[in-house]
Design a protein around this ligand. Structure first.
Ligand SMILES: *Cc1c(COP(=O)(O)O)cnc(C)c1O
Length: 382
């Protein structure tokens, strides 16, 4: 909820800007902590969802670890209070320099996606006279039923190691002197709203556990990645953490001493952020009315990139409703936040909130059209 006293303060601020409601972030983190502790699960927040330093400091204060996909993210996470001993490093294309820096920082684990990558990590670890702890990211071949750009575990996907290759991977690892295999890792996609997807993942995990046992390998960690979706139609709604963790606890056959890790990104930060923008012009189209706003796809690319839906609210009008296309100023037709949505009568100068923009919003800002980055305002600054 964005209350009226806050809206009055928005009127004096330059737009567009990201508004972060820190009470929402705190209550989400508390909920995740409470629900994960009930089951003894470990949380590694996926930094790529939102890497704003203040947001990271708050998340770190709950004792969560971090899941990073570049060395710059690792550095940022350490600066914001995450201990390297609970930072994991994922990604299909880690550079030599990133691997070396991460080894020197003594991070917890590299989530590896190919034999070629494991060989490079081994040789760099040998040169530094250290050992690298790794987990194998396995492609479990599960359809995530989400947008094709954010599904990651189908056969054509560049992510993960195929189960067919696993035997070769283990043989290769056993011949390498500086690699320690700690566990297995999965991440099947993002914005997953069907619990059946996680149910399928659990059964794949159980099958794979059997297979690793048959190879006499004890897995210390099972990392189930992120992916839990949020309700973009109800921006004030908390994600279904209890249902999610309960399902995993009931379905994964956890072995003695084994740790279960999660890497939620969107579900932690999605609902705490809104992109606040001002209406520049109202323009009549053939079948619609355009509300042209001062935020564009450079500020929030999700609608243009994934046809994502964000709820939009006019915070300064309660006039008679009409149908509007909310569009930005960028020279691309995909620079459209919503088509044919109902809004109260909207005029030049009105302030709109594009809700549920805390995840994959600010981190994906670009400078296309030589646009300036949007501002950032925290609820405790108003
Ligand atoms: C992006 C990503 C996540 C986070 O996904 P969400 O859908 O934001 O929860 C977790 N793990 C890996 C490996 C990722 O690439």
């Amino acid at each position: 909820m964005i209350r009226n006293n806050i809206v009055n303060k928005f009127r004096d601020l330059p737009t567009p800007f990201y508004y972060y409601d820190l009470d929402v972030l705190h209550s989400t983190c508390s909920k995740v902590k409470e629900e994960s502790e009930k089951s003894g699960f470990s949380i590694h927040y996926a930094v790529k969802a939102n890497a704003n330093p203040r947001i990271l400091e708050i998340i770190a204060s709950y004792g969560f670890g971090a899941d990073c996909v570049s060395y710059n993210e690792i550095e940022r996470a350490m600066e914001c209070g995450f201990s390297p001993s609970i930072i994991v490093f994922a990604g299909v294309g880690k550079t030599d320099l990133e691997i070396e820096s991460a080894l020197k920082a003594r991070i917890a684990c590299f989530n590896c996606e190919s034999i070629a990558e494991i060989e490079v990590i081994d040789s760099i670890a040998a040169r530094l006279k250290t050992k690298a702890t790794i987990a194998l990211r396995i492609n479990p071949y599960i359809e995530a039923h989400t947008h094709k750009y954010i599904t990651t575990a189908i056969a054509e996907s560049k992510f993960g190691i195929s189960t067919r290759e696993l035997k070769d991977v283990l043989d290769r690892i056993s011949s390498l002197g500086n690699i320690e295999l700690e566990g297995i890792h999965f991440h099947v996609g993002s914005q997953i709203t069907r619990m059946s997807v996680f149910r399928s993942l659990c059964s794949r995990v159980n099958e794979l556990q059997e297979w690793f046992s048959s190879q006499n390998i004890d897995l210390k960690t099972i990392n189930l990645g992120g992916g839990l979706g949020i309700d973009y139609n109800n921006p004030d709604k908390m994600p279904e953490f209890d249902e999610y963790f309960t399902l995993i606890r009931e379905l994964v056959r956890i072995r003695p001493g084994q740790r279960i890790h999660f890497e939620p990104g969107r579900s932690i930060v999605g609902q705490c952020g809104s992109l606040i923008t001002k209406v520049l012009y109202i323009k009549k189209g053939r079948n619609t009315t355009f509300a042209i706003v001062d935020a564009g796809m450079t500020d929030l690319i999700r609608p243009a990139l994934y046809q994502a839906h964000h709820k939009i609210q006019n915070l300064t009008s309660n006039g008679k409703t009409g149908k509007y296309d909310v569009v930005g100023p960028i020279c691309e037709s995909s620079d459209t936040f919503a088509k044919y949505i109902e809004l109260p009568e909207t005029r030049r100068g009105d302030i709109l909130a594009i809700r549920s923009a805390g995840a994959y919003g600010e981190t994906m800002v670009s400078g296309y059209n030589l646009r300036k980055a949007p501002g950032v305002v925290f609820s405790d600054e108003l």
